[in-house]
Design a protein around this ligand. Structure first.
Ligand SMILES: [Fe+2]
Ligand SMILES: [Fe+2]
Length: 191
């Protein structure tokens, strides 16, 4: 598989979640209620999968390697544009998470803010994905030989492998910091 093949597979999953989010938005408009459990899962999907896992591989591996090459003006401009769009998407997700938190705490007027941030995400992702799939990924591949592409794909796997461990380590660390843990843990062995 080509490295861009992996990124395109991830695009298809993101598109499915965008569709589900859009369905949820319609439901919210009808009921004037937010499904906070669904929104928690969706926010985690966009933060952990779409951003950290997917944009992470694009920026930290593909774009990093492209930056070492003599890019055409068009490709360089597109890479900068896509990087900027990742920053914008992070802002949209942060806004959705904040509005959901406020709504969960009883500030029901945040329903409007939730709906606005969902509308932004639903409008943003398909356009961003289409830009990458149709106008950037294939030309970007031209800069790499077979070995460089194989190394990149390998680095993608390593990136994903590390990410899952980092995510759950962070979750346990945060619970630990909350004071639920005592200094000596009877459920572990000291080696
Ligand atoms: Fe992207
Ligand atoms: Fe992408």
């Amino acid at each position: 598989m080509k490295p861009i093949g992996q990124l395109m597979i991830e695009h298809r999953l993101i598109e499915k979640m965008v569709y589900l989010l859009d369905r949820q938005l319609k439901r919210m408009e009808e009921t004037q209620n937010a499904d906070i459990a669904f929104l928690k899962v969706a926010a985690d999907f966009f933060r952990t999968y779409a951003d950290k896992t997917h944009h992470g591989k694009e920026e930290d591996i593909l774009f990093r390697e492209l930056a070492k090459k003599q890019l055409s003006q068009i490709d360089k401009q597109m890479m900068d544009e896509l990087t900027q769009e990742h920053i914008i998407a992070r802002g949209m997700v942060a806004r959705l998470i904040k509005a959901r938190e406020n709504y969960t705490q009883g500030n029901l007027d945040n329903l409007h803010e939730i709906m606005v941030s969902i509308k932004e995400l639903v409008a943003f992702y398909p356009v961003h994905i289409m830009k990458e799939d149709k106008r950037f990924f294939y030309p970007s591949l031209e800069y790499f030989n077979e070995q460089e592409q194989a190394d990149m794909l390998q680095e993608f796997w390593e990136f994903d492998r590390k990410l899952i461990h980092d995510k759950y380590k962070k979750i346990v660390d945060e619970i630990e910091k909350s004071g639920l843990f005592c200094a000596s843990n009877p459920f572990t062995w000291e080696f």
